[in-house]
Design a protein around this ligand. Structure first.
Ligand code: GN1
Ligand code: MG
Length: 369
């Protein structure tokens, strides 16, 4: 019984459909050999599908509790991939994700209210859960910078908002306050220090959405973390940006902030030892140089001035999102162990504190680039 209680929402919602059977509805090179679940992200379910001829694919079931309109989400992905493919001059099949059509036409297979899509699996690549050194930070910063730059001439209004208000930090704060007030799982007293930290930083929530001169609307990835980049196993260059579900109108700074959150400590997002969660200025410098190598010419002064601040806002936002989920009984993010959301929260808040301590140094590094 207690085991059941620990199953989280997404597990309960998981379809009983057999992924091999689902995969057979896509146009593959040969018959399916196997379909195995892989750990990829906190939201969707992913399977690596192998065919008898050695073809490799990534099958994903879209979590419709979170992405409410999978059809419009797939429209975005198709449009973005078409745009990126047209821009990519070499090695297109390794640098841009490729969707596999279904036998019925289109790129989304729907069955019993579940929605599935499939990508060609890009072989000879790996991902980092955390940045190991300046090389990864620089090449990853350039990859997301290039991603934004390549999409700069695609009008943002052509993309649908797959999750409305995704980086609306004041709304995220409101949801957090409601979770604290409701305290449905009686967890608020246990995380009183984290709640009080989050309350004390509330002004941060306004910094991007209500920035002085409004920030230009640009197409952003909106989940620009290190694990959303495929690295080339041979050259160790950042090859391909993945996880396009949240690509939609936003600001350049949502991605800069998420990169700072996920690439400046050299540690995992849920690092347990908080003494290790510190901004490393060598990583920050490499990341900023990489990003600006692609985007410096396009950024307005209003964006450049908030580069460092964006790291604090998005780290704060992510911290309150994890904490909200913990207070709500872990219904949103997949967890590998109990109270992982609280551990994730603590790591985000430790990082935010360190960013506050090193803010002036980061500002002068940006000024020197
Ligand atoms: C979620 O599923 P995944 O891992 O790609 C989340 C992001 C968070 C991220 C934290 C739709 O992304 O916003 O930044 O976890 N995606 C959604 O690792 O909420
Ligand atoms: Mg994502």
């Amino acid at each position: 019984m207690w085991f059941l209680l620990e199953l989280n929402y997404s597990v309960l919602l998981r379809s009983q459909l057999d992924p091999s059977h689902v995969a057979s509805h896509f146009l593959l090179d040969s018959r399916i050999h196997s379909a195995e679940q892989v750990a990829a992200g906190h939201i969707n379910d992913s399977y690596r599908v192998l065919t008898e001829d050695g073809g490799q694919y990534l099958l994903q079931r879209i979590n419709t509790a979170i992405f409410r309109d999978p059809v419009r989400l797939m429209e975005n992905i198709e449009r973005v991939l078409d745009h990126l493919s047209a821009k990519c001059e070499s090695e297109r099949e390794r640098r841009v994700l490729r969707l596999i059509p279904t036998a019925a036409g289109g790129f989304c297979y729907e069955r019993e209210d579940t929605f599935w899509r499939m990508y060609w699996f890009i072989d000879g690549t790996y991902i980092h859960r955390a940045v190991e050194g300046p090389h990864e930070a620089r090449t990853a910063g350039a990859a997301f910078g290039r991603f934004q730059a390549m999409l700069a001439d695609l009008p943002p209004h052509l993309l649908n908002e797959t999750i409305p208000g995704f980086h609306d930090t004041p709304s995220r704060f409101q949801l957090f306050e409601e979770a604290v007030a409701g305290d449905a799982f009686r967890r608020a007293s246990e995380c009183a220090p984290e709640i009080s930290f989050a309350m004390s930083r509330q002004p941060l929530a306004e910094w991007l959405v209500n920035a002085g001169p409004p920030l230009p609307v640009r197409i952003a990835h909106n989940d620009a973390k290190i694990s959303n980049i495929l690295f080339d196993s041979e050259t160790h260059e950042a090859l391909c940006v993945v996880d396009l579900d949240t690509v939609m109108p936003g600001t350049s700074l949502y991605d800069v902030g998420d990169m700072m959150r996920s690439m400046t400590t050299g540690r995992d997002e849920d690092e347990r030892d908080l003494s290790l969660v510190n901004v490393r200025l060598d990583l920050f410098k490499a990341l900023a140089e990489g990003y600006l190598s692609q985007m410096a010419d396009r950024l307005l002064t209003s964006e450049r001035e908030l580069l460092v601040s964006s790291g604090m806002v998005i780290t704060y936002e992510q911290g309150i999102r994890f904490l909200t989920d913990y207070l709500n009984g872990d219904v949103y993010y997949r967890q590998a162990f109990p109270a992982q959301n609280l551990q994730r929260t603590r790591a985000q808040f430790a990082l935010l504190k360190s960013m506050e301590d090193h803010c002036a140094e980061m500002e002068s590094l940006v000024a020197s680039i």
